[in-house]
Design a protein around this ligand. Structure first.
Ligand code: SAM
Length: 345
């Protein structure tokens, strides 16, 4: 007979309901539960929290209980009544004012990615992204679809920004980039990785190259005058001439595009730079046999739903670089989500 543990489909049940967990986190952040607890500086009752966030008492009680079950809130019992406080991780990552806040990313996951994933089955069947169904916008020009409104663009920029506070240092120090003094971050977006470069390498300067409206918002909201070693260059990296640099960074750029588009872009970089220059790819690398990591496998599905690209293995990136002329190609795993691949001219 089969042991009882084998007939209880623990994993399958967990996966079937995984989205309940995501939605609990999304809603708690959207209502500002963690912010209210941060401001209170003492444990609060469900009643106090429900009033502060403007939600029903019954709904709030259930939400708080689930957050405690997820170990996102601590519980304190006093006279038979339960009070809640933030865990250390919730305070650092789930409050809006924290420098390491993931709230904006969570909001993007909730309002954009979650809606696209509603059409995952269609994406898999059709082999293409689902902007038209999810948002009624044509995805002919990928970034026109992604940036379908200014608000959507700023939300996307926040999503891009927040991860580099958490794992940016690891990717910029995976290789010694000290020899490269003039760096160009192509598709550099909010400048979060540019900042990590200037922190890790005191002698470098970084130019953020991105589409004009991204550069405008980045200069106004993300990069301050204090970041004196960071400058901007507006342009389209598929069409306009690229600034001369010792090192070009492409962080989470190639995963947006087909192999053909990637080679087109890498060839443009190769032509623009002098011998001795290099290109650093920052991506979530798949294992060579595709067996993991799970995060990269899921991100590759996300790329299917949202972009024209995919996640790739180190060898696949090396092949793209080699096809564009780059040599001496190496990759380094960081042990976090994003890894680094370096190629030289
Ligand atoms: N490198 C950033 C990071 O890792 O946080 C942002 C990555 S985001 C997935 C892709 C970036 O490429 C966006 O900032 C987008 O505006 C920029 N981009 C897309 N198409 C572009 C183009 N044709 N020319 C210049 N930048 C472009």
């Amino acid at each position: 007979t089969t042991p009882a543990t084998d007939v209880y489909p623990r994993k399958i049940l967990e996966y079937m309901e995984g989205f309940l967990i995501s939605k609990t986190v999304f809603t708690s952040c959207e209502l500002g539960v963690f912010d209210v607890l941060l401001a209170a500086e003492r444990p609060l009752s469900a009643e106090e929290i429900s009033q502060a966030v403007g939600a029903s008492l019954d709904g709030t009680q259930r939400l708080l209980a689930a957050c405690a079950g997820l170990q996102l809130l601590n519980t304190h019992w006093d006279n038979g009544q339960v009070f809640y406080s933030n865990t250390e991780q919730s305070r650092v990552f789930l409050t809006r004012s924290s420098p390491l806040s993931l709230c904006q990313s969570i909001q993007y996951s909730s309002r954009t990615i979650y809606l696209c994933w509603h059409y995952l089955t269609d994406a898999v069947r059709e082999g293409r992204n689902q902007y038209e169904k999810a948002f009624g916008v044509s995805s002919k020009d990928l970034f026109q679809a992604l940036y379908r409104s200014d608000e959507e663009m700023v939300k996307f920029m926040h999503l891009m920004n927040s991860i580099w506070n958490i794992c940016g240092r690891d990717v910029v120090t995976a290789f010694d980039l000290m020899p490269f003094k003039v760096i160009c971050d192509l598709g550099g977006c909010s400048g979060a990785l540019a900042k990590q470069c200037t922190l890790a390498y005191p002698e470098c300067t970084v130019t953020i190259f991105d589409l004009p409206k991204v550069v405008r918002v980045s200069g106004e909201h993300f990069v301050t005058e204090a970041d004196q070693r960071i400058s901007f260059h507006e342009g389209d990296f598929f069409k306009d001439s690229l600034p001369v640099a010792d090192l070009y960074i492409l962080a989470r750029i190639l995963h947006d595009w087909t192999d053909e588009r990637c080679i087109e872009l890498l060839c443009r970089i190769y032509k623009a730079c002098k011998p001795g220059s290099a290109v650093l790819l920052v991506e979530a690398l798949l294992n060579e046999d595709g067996s993991g990591p799970l995060t990269a496998q899921l991100y590759s599905l996300n790329m299917l739903v949202q972009t024209e690209g995919r996640e790739r293995t180190g060898a696949q990136y090396a092949a793209l670089l080699a096809a564009s002329g780059f040599t001496n190609i190496q990759h380094r795993l960081t042990g976090k989500i994003y890894d680094a691949v370096l190629g030289h001219k």
